[in-house]
Design a protein. Structure first.
Lengths: 235, 297
């Protein structure tokens, strides 16, 4: 279980996250919605350890990882698919993918091979392009690679920031299908997404953020809550 | 016709082979420099002094009776913890400061002065020359080639190929390249970025130490020996593209050929100004160097 309690983040004098608290359970997709610049990406980066909080706690299954470096947070079972995918251009598709294996605990050559093969079976396009440089892939394929690179580590919590940005509708459907698979595998998924319809379809619950604070929380299967959400984040 | 052949046999070929051994020597020194720059974005001004430390260690341990072939292994192994401590104890402390480039440049410059003066205190200011490990020379088609320089060229190329394979073909190398491009993303995939940084710095320092062992019998050992090679090594790294191993090798071999062959056409005193002018020209026209950076497409 992910538990974020009274989280605060400052960029210099700017108070970007102002006391966010939220929870998410295994096998649950939680959507984080809000207009641009309200602190959604900062929230993701803070959970991943890229940004240090100025207050509050972040804990996964009771283990706090405040103040830890991103690699140690990763080894606590946190996977991060950032907004701009961050595929390494000097690495092949397979090298990009295999970096994700670092997160696994008990590793052997056989288990690594099986994990890579499992990803290739699920994403045949990546298998076809395994020798290509990661950044020669199309935007959609790069997003697949970014998500596969996290899935291969079998994390307990996955942070996904704007996965459908700039992608064709067909690919977007694939992206949401992958998120559903992560949920089915028992992972906690924290999803920041501008495509509200798609995100609500795949999410169990949501939080709406305004100026660095949660202004609304609810279940996506409640039409009243969805309407309230629309009003809360409407521009 | 005969005079042309004689020119090739007695002037051009020996000069090119001298250039090749010099080129390999420069590349060996520059390799660590470019790897450290490519990954850490740190211009290591103390690299020449690490090269000198390698040479002095070889000299001291050689005097203690350890043979040359063991020194090739032992000296880099001694340099690894030294490099690791310098990275963790000095570079990391200022690494996240906003003016990192200037601070690390000045810090490593200060370190280079400390190391150079320490070498002077311990070993004295005089030049020393270890015996040539492989004496003699071979005569190939009338071209006389010292055995040790031939060995240096062969071993140098083997080391360059081994380093390129480690960086470009291993899982460890993939981690290094990933961390060179995007430290945060690499770390979020579990790459232990701080240890990779310190380990890579140590690897670069070990390469400088290895170059010191190998080049001491050719270029002698003296406290300021780091300066001699470091200017050329910096030139090679800048022209080749900071962080590019392939670029370093090509620039190293081409620039040393320019250096030795230009002395056939103009007075040898002009060979250094010509080579350094190429560096200035590259910095003006293509500041990123002729080839790409490590970890970048």
């Amino acid at each position: 279980m992910l538990k974020i309690d009274d989280l605060h983040v400052h960029y210099g004098l700017s108070h970007v996250i102002q006391g966010i608290s939220l929870e998410a359970k295994p096998g649950e997709v939680v959507g984080i919605f809000g207009r641009n610049g309200v602190g959604k990406t900062t929230l993701m980066k803070t959970v991943a350890g890229w940004v240090q909080p100025s207050g509050g706690t972040i804990a996964l299954d009771g283990q706090s990882f405040n103040g830890l470096t991103p690699d140690r947070i990763c080894r606590h079972g946190v996977g991060f698919v950032p907004e701009d995918r961050r595929i390494f251009p000097g690495l092949s598709v397979e090298e990009n993918l295999k970096l994700g294996l670092m997160q696994r605990r008990k590793r052997s050559a056989a288990s690594d091979r099986a994990a890579v093969q499992g990803i290739y079976d699920r994403f045949p396009r990546l298998a076809e392009r395994r020798r290509q440089a990661g950044t020669t892939l199309s935007g959609g394929e790069q997003q697949m690679l970014a998500m596969a690179r996290v899935m291969i580590g079998a994390p307990r919590l996955v942070l996904i920031d704007e996965p459908s940005e700039g992608l064709a509708p067909m690919i977007v459907a694939d992206i949401f299908a992958i998120i559903s698979e992560m949920k089915a595998a028992g992972m906690i998924v924290l999803l920041v997404e501008q495509n509200l319809a798609g995100a609500l379809a795949v999410s169990d619950r949501f939080y709406a953020i305004e100026r660095g604070a949660v202004v609304l929380a609810g279940r996506t299967d409640s039409s009243a809550a969805r309407e309230e959400l629309m009003r809360a984040i409407a521009v | 016709m005969t005079s042309a052949l004689e020119f090739i046999q007695f002037v051009l070929a020996p000069q090119m082979i001298t250039g090749l051994s010099l080129g390999v020597a420069v590349v060996l020194v520059a390799l660590g420099l470019t790897i450290i720059f490519g990954l850490l974005d740190v211009i290591n001004m103390a690299h020449g002094e690490f090269y000198a430390i390698g040479a002095y260690l070889a000299l001291a341990l050689g005097a203690a009776g350890i043979n040359f072939w063991l020194l090739i292994v032992i000296v880099p192994l001694i340099m690894i913890p030294l490099g690791y401590v310098v990275e963790r104890g000095l570079i990391q402390r200022v690494f996240n400061k906003p003016d990192r480039h200037v601070t690390t440049l000045l810090l490593t410059f200060g370190l280079s002065l400390v190391l150079e003066e320490t070498l002077k205190v311990i070993f004295g200011p005089n030049t020393q020359r270890p015996p040539t490990p492989i004496p003699g020379a071979i005569d190939a088609f009338g071209i006389i080639m010292p055995n040790y320089r031939l060995f240096l060229i062969l071993l140098g190329f083997s080391i360059i190929i081994a380093v390129a394979l480690i960086v470009n073909r291993t899982a460890l190398g993939a981690m290094v390249r990933a961390a060179a491009f995007d430290r945060n993303m690499a770390a979020s995939l579990g790459v232990p970025a701080s240890r990779i940084y310190a380990g890579t710095f140590a690897f670069g320092v070990a390469l400088a130490g290895l170059a010191g062992v190998l080049l001491a019998p050719v270029f002698s050992v003296f406290p300021t020996m780091g300066h001699d090679f470091i200017f050329m090594a910096f030139t090679v790294v800048i022209v080749g593209g900071m962080g590019s191993i392939g670029g370093t090798v090509i620039a190293g071999l081409v620039l040393t050929q320019v250096q030795v062959l230009s002395s056939l056409v103009v007075s040898p005193v002009w060979s250094d100004p010509i080579v350094f002018s190429i560096m200035v020209l590259v910095l003006v026209l293509r500041p990123q160097g002729l080839f790409g950076r490590m970890g970048h497409a």
